[in-house]
Design a protein around this ligand. Structure first.
Ligand SMILES: Cc1ncc(COP(=O)(O)O)c(C=O)c1O
Length: 355
């Protein structure tokens, strides 16, 4: 909720809906999302004004929509008074969202959620799937999760920050079966697509929905909005931004998409070559089957301190940048190949240096 609203000042009307999310949270959970704030006052102020109902997402379950409107009726006699029935009626629709909002301790919703204005979580649930988890490079069952989300009306977000780049390589596409079900998807070209920091591509299935949630309204912006131009600030939370995608766009335009497919394939092959060499080395052991371009392995007989000492030494020498990680609580080394100029000879050098 906007702080201005807490102080009773009129703000963007969507804040009314957010405020109501907070009120509804309190009504359903019996706890206050904002310590020290009397949410009944907030509710009174929201009722006084006409909330912007168009700001509600189309995916809002009908029962929730009906109750939201009943709670905000201007005439007191038309307004929902007893929360008991409502709680029962909404239990199914809200179960997931309330659990997520309440966190492990039901009496204290995580403040960070509320600070980010996510009382929506009470009405809209989100599932996040990894398309290349950072530590091991694993790709979730995107089709399974995506289909489960669609049948439950849950927003399906796919994090391909690192791994999404592998979609460029035909050999890896099968791993991403179901990615087309995503409501939103990100890939960071600054990771495996060789772009300069800090370039994140965020794609929405229905951009209009993202715009309805993120677009900011202010007198000083109306002129630009009326122009009807596509405005990137309408699709994420910050207003001012630089053209982060431009260096990547120029690179794509210069080298073409095939060059990216080739570069990604080279690094996928490097991961396979590294895993074969690790398998063959007596002093090393694969900790997990390699996925995408990540290979995690153990240096047999070493403790965590020895992993750290080796990494510090080789970094100082300028030989390698291979940092220790952990897998199932045990120390491991982790290769993550993103540079197609890495060679098998480089890998051999590192493997020999680990003897
Ligand atoms: C899967 C995944 N998601 C998100 C991030 C965060 O990306 P950044 O640090 O570029 O914001 C990372 C970083 O490695 C990642 O691997």
């Amino acid at each position: 909720m906007a702080p201005e609203q807490a102080r009773g000042k009129p703000v963007d009307k969507r804040a009314d809906i957010w405020a109501f999310g907070a009120v509804l949270f309190e009504m359903l959970s019996g706890t206050q999302p904002f310590p020290g704030e009397d949410t009944s006052h907030t509710l009174a102020r929201v009722i006084e004004r006409d909330p912007d109902w168009d700001a509600l997402p189309d995916t809002l379950p009908v029962t929730v929509d009906v109750y939201l409107r009943q709670c905000l009726q201007k005439a007191p006699q038309d307004r929902v008074r007893d929360i008991g029935d409502m709680r029962l009626a909404l239990a199914g629709a809200f179960e997931t969202g309330m659990a997520a909002a309440a966190g492990p301790n039901a009496n204290s919703p995580p403040p960070s959620l509320w600070r980010r204005g996510v009382p929506w979580v009470a009405a809209v649930a989100v599932a996040l799937a990894s398309a290349g988890a950072t530590n091991l490079g694993l790709v979730d069952d995107l089709r399974g999760i995506g289909e489960a989300c669609h049948t439950r009306n849950v927003w399906f977000h796919v994090d391909g920050a690192y791994g999404g780049a592998a979609l460029a390589a035909p050999s890896a596409r099968g791993l991403f079966d179901g990615v087309e079900l995503a409501d939103s998807f990100i890939v960071d070209p600054h990771k495996w697509l060789l772009a300069p920091f800090d370039c994140c591509a965020l794609l929405y299935r229905e951009p209009a929905r993202a715009q309805a949630v993120h677009a900011q309204h202010a007198d000083y912006l109306d002129f630009l909005d009326a122009w009807g131009d596509w405005n990137p600030s309408d699709f994420a939370i910050h207003l001012t931004r630089r053209a982060r995608g431009l260096p990547f766009w120029f690179s794509l335009a210069t080298y073409g998409t095939d060059a990216y497919a080739d570069a990604v394939q080279v690094t996928l092959d490097l991961a396979q070559a590294a895993s074969r060499r690790i398998d063959a080395a007596d002093h090393l052991e694969l900790a997990h089957t390699p996925s995408l371009s990540v290979v995690v392995f153990r240096r047999l007989g070493w403790d965590a301190d020895q992993y750290t000492e080796w990494t510090v030494r080789t970094m100082k020498e300028g030989t390698a940048f291979v940092v220790p990680s952990r897998y199932q609580g045990e120390p491991v080394f982790r290769f993550c190949f993103v540079n197609p100029r890495t060679t098998v000879a480089d890998i051999d050098l590192i493997i020999d240096a680990l003897v």
